[in-house]
Design a protein around this ligand. Structure first.
Ligand code: ATP
Length: 679
């Protein structure tokens, strides 16, 4: 049954409208009922209704549920439900076929090296230096600025000086020169990024009246879900699509705007909606069906710290209660395993979301789940054991213990083959696929890795061609590396990982990929080294531990059952909900997350935290490091001198002033230490 707030939205007949909604308040439900009402009452024909969702998955889910709802009322022709990029792509293709638009190749975000290369080329053109000499951090900054400039529809003729200043761009004229060079290079390459789908279509429509007429004024009702993540370019396109004819109903929660790095701007919802869509009606959805009063209060306290937001206060609409646990944990892997086992024990078939700010934070949770024998799936990233860097760590451990050489029996053939490949790829030794396959087959057959390197090195050295010559010297270097690594102390696996990471120059190599990818990859080595320190593992012990877990992982991969435990990122979890939610690694530096030299946007990071915590239905677990200052503040003890604390929790936890009702967990040893600081 719809609530009064939802009914009011479903009855909206004409004119623009803005719906501000709290998490879990059934905004997509209300949007679907609005469309169904228009069709049922004959207010609008289905073919004149357009629904814009945030991405392909959201459009598919929304469409399926809308179709079911309409079928109940005897309507078998559901309206178009699509995400904006897919719609723009479809329209562009039509224009290309008619000769109204030039054909361009879509190069998506996964081909980051292409885009970074283009940024380097543009900087090189503007500054007259070789692209290879441009520091990766400069490419990071310019790449981000270019993406945002497009999203904001700024350009050299429409320079956005206030924005430049806010970004710390000291010389806007220089920036726009780089931007122009970038666009020239892109058009010359005939390439189109994801966001160019929108930008290029808009440029065409605004330049050519025939194009404008083709895409505008086809709809009477345009419904936009998740409106808070719109960019200025998105909004311009919606305005063109709506033309003078359509009522635009925008539904969203500005507190859940989390795509600022792509140019999403909650200000469009908070301040500027009426400029785009004048004389609009306002609606609010303030009751959440997802969580109870305690989580309503905590999440409201957190998000209230942000300055610019629409005023709305969540209240629990249902009679559910949501437990909140704050856990100060010295061993996250173990804690995650225990929580999941406990939750599964008390609620059969419960959905459990382990939600991370960045994907490297999945490592300890994955280890904990594998150790506890709990199946899980990971969405949005590769699982730990499939990551090249995790395989490289395991490979160097195996080299050091002889598990790839004289002790070949210690690890299974398939795993040994994987590790041999990883060793040849990290650092990049420019080994061709055929050689990777030969090395893997050699090791899988039980022969020592070192012998393959030696034999292939001799063979390559004897050959004349360029590849073989280069391979020969790379493999000779690998033999020297193996000798060096065999001399390192193997008592502490953490120190060993740090030592080979430094010696092999992995920091530099990983850093070349840019701050985001670099931080993600480097963190795998750091997390494993810290984990080994905490457990007191020697090289042999860590190697043994990872080998056992990898066998469990391989076995779990063969299972056909879809696990109810999901590990995914805060960004990816938008729109989702779980019975229990675990937020691990809530420490300073991780939330807000710092990527290299890129300044985090604190308001946006807080919104991300807000999104993550509001996914929980029955239980939320906040996992913090053992930070005495936070513990003291949560428990009402005098604050200990921070200098005495090595661990710092996420500052967002301190946004919550009143922890009443939250179950706080901590180890005895930690409590003793806190008592010593706070008598
Ligand atoms: N009127 C209602 N009565 C009971 N449950 C409802 C009602 N409307 C929605 N719900 C339930 O509330 C939950 C959240 O609904 P929905 O996914 O539409 O919320 P949302 O506002 O889009 O969430 P979010 O803001 O987190 O993306 C769903 O489980 C949905 O079935």
């Amino acid at each position: 049954m719809l609530t009064d707030e939802q009914i009011a939205i479903a009855q909206h007949r004409r004119g623009h409208a803005l719906v501000r909604a709290v998490p879990g308040s059934g905004k997509s439900t209300a949007a679907r009922h609005l469309i169904a009402q228009h069709v049922r009452a004959g207010w609008t024909a289905p073919e004149h209704i357009l629904t814009v969702c945030f991405n392909v998955d959201a459009a598919r889910d929304f469409g399926a549920q809308l179709t079911a709802l309409l079928r109940e009322s005897g309507c078998d022709t559901p309206p178009l439900v699509v995400n904006l990029h897919a719609l723009a792509y479809r329209l562009l293709r039509g224009l290309v076929r008619q000769g109204l638009a030039p054909p361009r190749k879509l190069v998506d975000d996964s081909q980051e090296d292409f885009w970074r290369g283009l940024v380097a080329l543009s900087l090189s053109r503007a500054d007259g230096i070789a692209p290879g000499e441009i520091p990766p951090s400069e490419i990071d900054h310019y790449h981000l600025w270019i993406v945002q400039t497009k999203a904001r529809r700024a350009s050299p003729d429409r320079a956005d000086l206030a924005w430049c200043q806010a970004q710390g761009i000291e010389d806007p004229a220089h920036f726009y020169r780089v931007f122009s060079a970038f666009e020239e290079e892109r058009l010359q390459a005939g390439a189109m990024g994801f966001d160019d789908l929108i930008g290029d279509l808009l440029d065409l429509a605004l330049r050519d009246g025939a194009v404008y007429d083709q895409i505008s004024d086809h709809y009477d009702l345009v419904v936009v879900d998740e409106f808070q993540d719109m960019t200025r370019a998105n909004l311009d396109l919606i305005r063109v699509l709506a033309g003078d004819r359509a009522s635009v109903v925008a539904i969203g929660d500005d507190d859940q705007s989390i795509y600022g790095f792509r140019g999403a701007d909650p200000g469009l919802m908070v301040r500027e909606f009426g400029i785009f869509f004048p004389r609009f009606t306002s609606y609010t959805l303030s009751g959440t069906f997802r969580y109870g009063p305690l989580l309503c209060r905590l999440s409201s306290e957190l998000i209230a710290q942000n300055d610019e937001r629409l005023d709305k206060c969540a209240r629990a609409a249902g009679d559910q209660d949501t437990e909140v646990h704050l856990m100060f944990t010295p061993d996250e892997a173990q804690t995650v395993g225990e929580i999941v086992a406990y939750e599964q024990g008390r609620r059969a078939g419960a959905t459990i979301g382990i939600l991370v700010r960045a994907y490297h934070q999945t490592v300890l949770s994955e280890i904990g789940l594998l150790y506890a024998g709990i199946p899980y799936r990971i969405e949005g990233a590769e699982p730990f054991f499939d990551r090249q860097d995790a395989q490289a760590v395991a490979g160097y451990l195996a080299l050091a213990t002889g598990a790839l050489d004289d002790q070949r029996g210690w690890i299974p053939a398939e795993r040994a083959a994987t590790l041999a490949r990883a060793l040849l790829l990290m650092p990049n030794r420019y080994v061709r696929q055929t050689d990777l396959d030969r090395a893997a087959a050699w090791v899988a057959s039980g022969r020592p890795f070192r012998d393959w390197v030696w034999e292939r090195c001799q063979e390559a050295m004897a050959s004349e061609d360029g590849y073989s010559q280069r391979l020969g010297s790379q493999l000779a270097q690998l033999l020297r590396d193996i000798r060096h690594l065999s001399q390192l102390n193997r008592d502490a696996a953490g120190d060993f990982i740090r030592a080979f990471y430094g010696y092999l120059g992995l920091r530099r190599e990983i850093g070349l990929g840019g701050a985001v990818r670099g931080t993600e990859r480097a963190a795998v080595y750091e997390v494993l080294a810290d984990f080994a320190d905490r457990r007191g593992f020697s090289v042999a012990e860590l190697q043994d531990y990872l080998t056992r877990l990898s066998a469990r992982y391989a076995q779990a991969q063969r299972s056909r059952r879809r696990p109810t435990v999901v590990i995914t990122s805060w960004h990816k979890t938008k729109g989702a909900e779980f019975d229990a939610v675990i937020l691990p690694d809530l420490r300073a530096g991780k939330s807000p997350l710092v990527y290299g030299e890129i300044e985090p946007d604190i308001a946006e990071e807080r919104r991300l935290f807000f999104v993550a915590m509001t996914r929980a239905k029955s239980a939320l677990y906040l996992l913090a490091p053992e930070d005495p200052a936070l513990y003291a503040s949560v428990s009402g003890l005098p604050t200990p001198p921070t200098a005495q604390s090595g661990e710092r929790a996420s500052p967002f936890l301190s946004d919550i002033g009143d922890w009443d009702g939250v179950r706080v967990w901590a180890d005895g040893a930690f409590l003793d230490a806190v008592q010593a600081f706070s008598p």
